[in-house]
Design a protein around this ligand. Structure first.
Ligand code: ADP
Ligand code: MG
Length: 361
């Protein structure tokens, strides 16, 4: 009809754009924490400590002993798309850092009160800065006594996004999700000591050492019941998994894993700790394939515990699939999953046989 006038199209205000983007990257305390953990790992830290208050709603603090941040970079630290990790788009093909989008700190600064204390190695003192809506707040970097590394404090997450705040689960459940993230990285990153503690508690809920083995990590994060039942898994398929393998190259893969065997019957839900080329990711088709395998073997209500470190040729992996980097895309997916499934199956059959032998001996 004649009253149906097209609405005018306008460009969104920068601030609105940033707020929308922030909601995409930072969904809950655990997603903010994951981004900050990855930054600490990218900075070469060997010690990472997390402190949490009220499930991360009130406070998330992460202390690392990594490279620190140069004073000159502090003014743009939380700008959108500022990063020390990526230069050319083509670099994404072989990127070895977890971050590359330059969005996490920006996003967090839009939905919280954020403070950064940082000191580079060899400096006399560090600097402390606070940020709001991606901008450094006046009066800028203040010299403070510090130790080398970076401490980021995020307070009152989603204070200005009431709908998001309301959608969060209880503080206990949000804390559980935080522990899940820290636990995964703690198991994967041997050589880095992790701790995660609730403010007010004297003991941390997660505490691993830098010198411990992967199984030590599993023991301290997931418990002795799991660690005791783990079977090592190794798979190597095809040619190389290095940066030299072209996009259209043949399938190559290497996997190192730890999987629970037939004796582990106390698992209440499937735990699949999956790292593909160093990234903590999810892969539902792989999870389903493994659940199917164990379903046929284990008593009805029990679920497996599985750690897999998968290496694929970097050019065959697409890391830029999702703002949270929760998934990666990779080529030859069906074969990759099938090879892993077969290897796990073989291990399980062997472990099941030895159990039967042990029981009947
Ligand atoms: P990205 O990780 O994608 O680069 P972020 O917004 O997460 O983007 O971080 C922006 C930049 O801030 C990083 O590229 C890095 O240079 C610096 N940075 C963030 N956290 C740390 C940290 N804990 N230690 C040292 N540098 C850090
Ligand atoms: Mg990052």
């Amino acid at each position: 009809t004649s009253t149906n006038i097209p609405p005018m199209i306008r460009k969104l205000d920068e601030n609105v754009v940033n707020k929308i983007a922030a909601g995409e990257v930072i969904q809950r305390p655990a997603s903010a924490l994951k981004e900050m953990l990855e930054n600490s790992i990218d900075a070469g830290s060997t010690q990472i400590s997390v402190l949490v208050k009220e499930g991360g709603n009130k406070l998330l603090q992460i202390v690392d002993n990594g490279s620190g941040i140069r004073k000159e970079d502090l003014p743009i630290l939380c700008h959108r798309h500022t990063t020390s990790k990526l230069r050319e788009y083509a670099d994404l093909e072989t990127i070895s850092t977890l971050g590359f989008r330059g969005e996490a700190l920006c996003s967090i600064s839009f939905v919280s009160h954020m403070a950064v204390t940082t000191m580079v190695r060899g400096a006399q003192y560090g600097y402390r800065v606070t940020y709001k809506d991606s901008e450094m707040e006046a009066p800028g970097p203040r010299p403070v006594a510090a130790v080398p590394g970076t401490t980021i404090t995020v307070e009152d997450l989603f204070y200005n996004v009431p709908t998001r705040r309301k959608a969060l689960k209880s503080a206990n459940e949000e804390y559980g999700l935080i522990l899940d993230v820290v636990g995964r990285y703690a198991v994967y990153s041997t050589g880095v000591a992790f701790s995660c503690r609730r403010q007010g508690d004297s003991r941390p809920d997660i505490s691993t050492t830098a010198a411990g083995s992967r199984v030590d990590g599993v023991r301290s994060v997931y418990g002795a019941d799991v660690a005791r039942e783990l079977i090592p898994l190794k798979v190597a398929v095809g040619g190389g998994t290095g940066p030299e393998v072209p996009v259209d190259g043949p399938m190559g893969m290497s996997v190192e894993g730890l999987i629970s065997g037939a004796n582990y019957t106390t698992g209440k839900k499937t735990v699949l700790v999956l790292f593909i080329n160093g990234r903590c990711v999810e892969c539902s088709p792989l999870r389903r394939a493994l659940e199917g395998l164990y379903g046929a073997l284990l008593p009805k209500a029990s679920r497996p515990w599985i750690f897999l470190e998968v290496r694929l040729p970097p050019r065959q992996v697409e890391v830029n699939m999702h703002p949270t980097k929760r998934e990666v895309g990779f080529m030859h997916q069906a074969e990759v999953i099938e090879e892993i499934r077969r290897a796990v199956e073989a291990k399980l059959m062997a472990s099941n046989e030895s159990r039967t032998f042990a029981a009947s001996a």
